[in-house]
Design a protein around this ligand. Structure first.
Ligand code: TIU
Length: 221
């Protein structure tokens, strides 16, 4: 049955049966000290305030029968799926694949690549590992969404202007109707988060829609 989220730039109608919540990269490597985000010089404490809202969004999605997808930016242990340009970027003393406080940085199976404790995938959720910033690049996400009959995405996660925005733009170009859940996404740079929200909804929703979690909850209540 169609529900409606009061969103910017205008209402977002969606059917939960054809909607997925895509939670982008809520991994220890981005939210905790000693991970990839910290290695890049960021203040990682800026991301954790969204965790309770993300947990509410995931619980709401499961309760309403929506598909739940957690993406994970991580490379295989041989870094065979990591372009040399990505490994070299920033000239980090401890970068992708190197041993760090959370295990090998941004490598699948290491502690840092895992999800933060309050947002662990539950039975029935899908976990999608991705080598890039966008969740469609070099993954089976489009095929998965087609197979599940998904046409609409509610998107959260980190960071707003990197993996979240890239994924939302990739999805928009593939014909998915996307809504950014504004308080379920965060950046190390609050001004970048705010700018992304404006970029998404400008020009009649050139990339999609944006609304806070409370409006998603209201639509489903
Ligand atoms: N550095 C940064 O802001 N983000 C990333 O490297 N990956 C994600 O956004 N997941």
């Amino acid at each position: 049955m169609t529900k409606t989220i009061h969103a910017r730039p205008y209402d977002f109608p969606f059917d939960p049966a054809h909607t997925a919540v895509v939670m982008i990269d809520m991994q220890r490597d981005f939210l905790e000290a000693g991970g990839f985000g910290a290695m890049l010089g960021n203040d990682v404490s800026r991301l954790s305030p969204i965790v309770p809202a993300c947990a509410r969004l995931l619980a709401l999605a499961r309760r309403h029968g929506m598909t739940v997808i957690h993406t994970q930016e991580a490379h295989d242990p041989q870094l065979a799926d990591c372009p040399p340009s990505k490994k070299a970027r920033g000239g980090l003393a401890c970068g992708i694949g190197d041993p760090g406080p959370l295990g090998r940085v941004l490598v699948a199976g290491e502690p840092g690549a895992g999800f933060v404790p309050d947002l662990l995938p539950q039975p029935g959720d899908l976990v999608l590992r991705k080598p890039g910033k966008g969740a469609f690049y070099a993954t089976s996400l489009d095929a998965i969404l087609h197979a599940q009959g998904i046409t609409h995405l509610l998107i959260g996660g980190v960071t707003t202007e990197v993996c979240v925005q890239t994924t939302m733009r990739e999805a928009n170009d593939r014909g998915y109707e996307c809504l950014l859940v504004t308080d379920c996404a965060a950046s190390y740079f609050p001004e970048f988060h705010a700018a992304v929200v404006e970029m998404v909804v400008a020009q009649g929703g050139i990339v999609g829609w944006a609304a806070p979690l409370a409006e998603v909850e209201r639509a489903l209540s």
